[in-house]
Design a protein around this ligand. Structure first.
Ligand code: ADP
Ligand code: X2W
Length: 265
């Protein structure tokens, strides 16, 4: 069975066209690639924290997460956002089952190496993909929120890109990041240009010269980590462009394809 992990960023979730979900349901029905959705929800978390007068900061694109923030992160991701995505799929005639990384210990996590600064932010150490396979066998599209859990029951806030890459690695699945930009952008003579393809070494240069920053950092790091661990293909595409996902799956030149080495298509 071939899988594709589709990571829907919080940047686009509220405004994805109906056709985006129709394309996913069609893909699920046709059966060549089984879609697995992992979602973010960063902007909604930020706006709720703001409403509650809780300060929130990011380090290298990751949210500093204390107890108070962690409560809100879980509420937003595993509650509002997860169920909204399920409803969006149902609305276009699909069947989806929403689950958090905590359920069935789907995302076994440990604190990141920078836990001194980041608090309860997790790295995924194991994916219990039996849970995903069970959902798929029952005919549902899995919709996964990126909260992890350790053996003591402690939860962790996991960046959606990192969770998606871990799931893709465990299933040897293709990985596609759906975001609010056409792909990785660089500035050439004052004009923003999209890279059709970006290799590991180009990405490292773009991180060093700060062309890649903020939320794009975990995306490209998760992409490279996935490719190193045998994910067949990783792309970043714009969810607002009509049929971008189907076009990407058909091998058309949409978004940015991430590769390990220049010259590898
Ligand atoms: N070189 C770059 N090209 C495109 N976007 C970039 C780049 N560097 C940083 N970004 C930022 O990364 C954002 C996407 O990451 P993020 O906001 O976390 O999105 P998502 O919620 O879709 O995961 C873009 O909206 C843009 O502001
Ligand atoms: C550790 C960390 O940063 N977690 C993210 C989880 C949500 C997410 O990844 O949302 P996007 O996909 O919209 O960026 C956060 O708290 O915002």
């Amino acid at each position: 069975m071939k899988y594709i992990v589709i990571k829907c960023g919080g940047s686009v979730l509220d405004n994805l066209p109906r056709s985006f979900y129709e394309d996913i349901v069609k893909m699920h029905q046709e059966g060549e690639f089984i879609p697995i959705i992992v979602h973010g929800g960063g902007p909604l978390i930020t706006s709720l924290l703001k409403n509650l007068n809780v300060e929130t900061t990011f380090v290298n694109g990751l949210r500093v997460t204390n107890h108070e923030v962690l409560d809100i992160v879980e509420m937003v991701l595993s509650g509002s956002v997860n169920k909204q995505v399920v409803r969006n799929i149902v609305e276009v005639g699909g069947e989806a089952l929403g689950i958090s990384g905590v359920d069935g210990s789907l995302l076994k996590a440990e604190p990141t190496s920078d836990s001194k600064n980041l608090g309860f932010v997790g790295d995924v150490i194991e994916v219990n993909h039996n849970v995903i396979n069970t959902i798929i066998e029952q005919g549902y599209i899995p919709v996964i929120s990126p909260i992890g859990i350790d053996d003591s029951g402690q939860r962790y806030n996991i960046n959606g890109d990192i969770a998606a890459s871990a799931i893709a690695k465990s299933l040897k699945a293709n990985l596609c990041f759906i975001s609010d930009i056409p792909g990785i952008l660089i500035e050439k003579n004052g004009i923003k240009t999209k890279l059709d393809k970006a290799s590991k070494s180009i990405i490292e240069t773009l991180i060093e010269n700060k062309t890649i920053y903020g939320g794009m950092l975990p995306k490209v790091k998760a992409a490279i980590d996935g490719l190193v661990h045998n994910i067949p293909e990783v792309g970043i595409i714009n969810g607002f462009e009509k049929n971008s996902l189907i076009d990407y799956m058909d091998g058309k030149k949409v978004g940015t394809k991430i590769v390990l080495e220049e010259g590898i298509a």
